[in-house]
Design a protein around this ligand. Structure first.
Ligand code: LLP
Length: 428
């Protein structure tokens, strides 16, 4: 829980009491620690000092402008997957020459927008897309730098819904098809085929899948070079894990130890696209208990004012997020694994649920928590990545506000939505 710490029985984000923030902004609210974000970014920088690396923050994990700006100020580039994300990255002060653009379905309009802004590189996922980029680049009088996204058919051993590098996944191009494209590069005028991209999935709790993929990729790069293709860039994607349980997990330096030798051997410049590692443990979602209810057969529910529309990961992936009251006499254990049900004095086993009209609107099932009452504040940890970014206004629920803490200061970096926001653009 980097930069989130209990002092005198109440949770702080950096030097600010979470209770004080909530008193001002209400619930539900996403709260991020700026210094946690920066220190994690720097940890990646340090791990890859040995090779020439462009770190492109994956905007999809958390696209708040203030967070993107903080990272741009640190020198980060951006990994975008839509015209909208490119717009955000530019608005945040991102330097186009450090922006990479992936995704299996880029529209002509999006490609044109990226060409106009002279982005660093397109990560291209099909031959059809390459044809479009080439034709649009000719029209615009530009040269598009391209990395072919390879699907290396490697199992990253993560959730089926977030695995991207197996051959049945929609992402990337298999080696045989990619080799054909490389051989016929003359068919794609105004395209500079100068890179290879792989992204295996997320989160990946071992460096082995990276090593397996890079072994195949290095053989492929050698074949490309033999054909006279000048492969200068190797983009290893994202996927670094974070701890959702409090357990120690792999850190960037552990992955680097396996990845860097390949990059050096291939004499490539490296590009990477971390998202979750930078923001995941740097943010929390704070919700207020609306009601508690007990079924006659004994099951207890804690009903909160945040729902699956605000944080969809538990409903979508059965993801485990630690929770604990913002203020409590009971000490939060250092580690809690899914299924642990350690009920100490002052605790009980409950289901934590939201108000959305779906049975999947459950943040935790049978979770041992300090006893919660109406109006208590509850923290959902590790919510900084794919939290607000995946939120919606389903059930016509205005989306929460976002707050950025920096030392003793905090500021709202996205206002809570209003009912008027809900119907903006609609006509009756
Ligand atoms: N690069 C590409 C091409 C990606 O598709 C992704 C994530 C990343 C980089 C960043 O991966 P990261 O470093 O954050 O692991 N919504 C899911 C995760 C989906 C990831 C999609 N792609 C979740 O909440 O777990």
């Amino acid at each position: 829980m980097d930069y989130f710490e209990y002092k005198n029985k109440t949770l702080y984000c950096e030097e600010v009491k979470v209770e004080d923030i909530i008193a001002e902004v209400g619930t539900p609210a996403y709260i991020y620690s700026k210094n946690a974000i920066i220190s994690r970014y720097q940890e990646i920088e340090d791990a890859y000092r040995d090779v020439n690396t462009t770190i492109c923050f994956s905007v999809k994990s958390n696209s708040n402008l203030a967070i993107c700006k903080a990272l741009a100020d640190e020198g980060a580039g951006f990994d975008v997957v839509s015209g909208g994300e490119l717009f955000r990255a530019l608005k945040a002060g991102g330097n186009p020459s450090n922006i990479v653009y992936a995704g299996v379905g880029k529209s002509d309009g999006e490609i044109r927008y990226a060409l106009e802004n002279d982005i660093f590189m397109f990560n291209v996922e099909s031959q059809a897309e390459l044809k479009h980029i080439s034709a649009l680049a000719v029209k615009a009088g530009k040269t598009a730098r391209v990395a072919l996204r390879i699907n290396p058919d490697i199992d990253a051993k993560t959730h089926a819904k977030t695995t991207t590098g197996k051959k049945e996944n929609k992402f990337g191009i298999d080696f045989t098809a990619a080799e054909k494209i490389m051989k016929q590069s003359g068919k794609y005028p105004n395209v500079d085929l100068c890179g290879i991209h792989v992204h295996l999935g997320s989160p990946i709790y071992s460096a082995d899948p990276y090593a397996q993929a890079l072994k195949k990729v290095s053989e492929f790069i050698q074949r490309c070079r033999k054909m006279g293709r000048n492969i200068e860039y190797l983009n290893v994607g994202g996927g670094y894990c974070i701890s959702y349980t409090g357990e120690e997990v792999m850190r960037p330096a552990d992955y680097a130890a396996k990845i860097i030798p390949f990059v050096k051997e291939m004499q490539c410049n490296m590009v990477m696209e971390p998202g979750r590692f930078i923001v995941g443990n740097s943010g929390i979602l704070v919700t207020r208990v609306l009601y508690t209810k007990e079924a006659s057969f004994g099951k207890k529910f804690v009903v909160c004012d945040a729902g699956m529309n605000d944080l969809i990961r538990p409903a979508l992936y059965d993801a485990f997020h630690r929770m604990w009251p913002v203020t409590t006499n009971v000490k939060m254990p250092a580690v809690e694994m899914p299924g642990d049900k350690v009920v100490k004095k002052g605790m009980e086993v409950v289901d934590v649920v939201g108000p959305v009209c779906e049975s999947s609107d459950v943040f935790a099932k049978d979770r041992a928590l300090p006893k919660l009452d109406e109006a208590d504040l509850l923290t959902i940890f590790s919510a900084g990545a794919y939290g607000f970014a995946m939120s919606s206004s389903y059930n016509s629920r205005p989306r929460p506000c976002e707050v950025l803490v920096d030392g003793k200061q905090f500021r709202v970096t996205r206002k809570r939505e209003t009912y008027d926001d809900l119907i903006r653009g609609e006509v009756r």
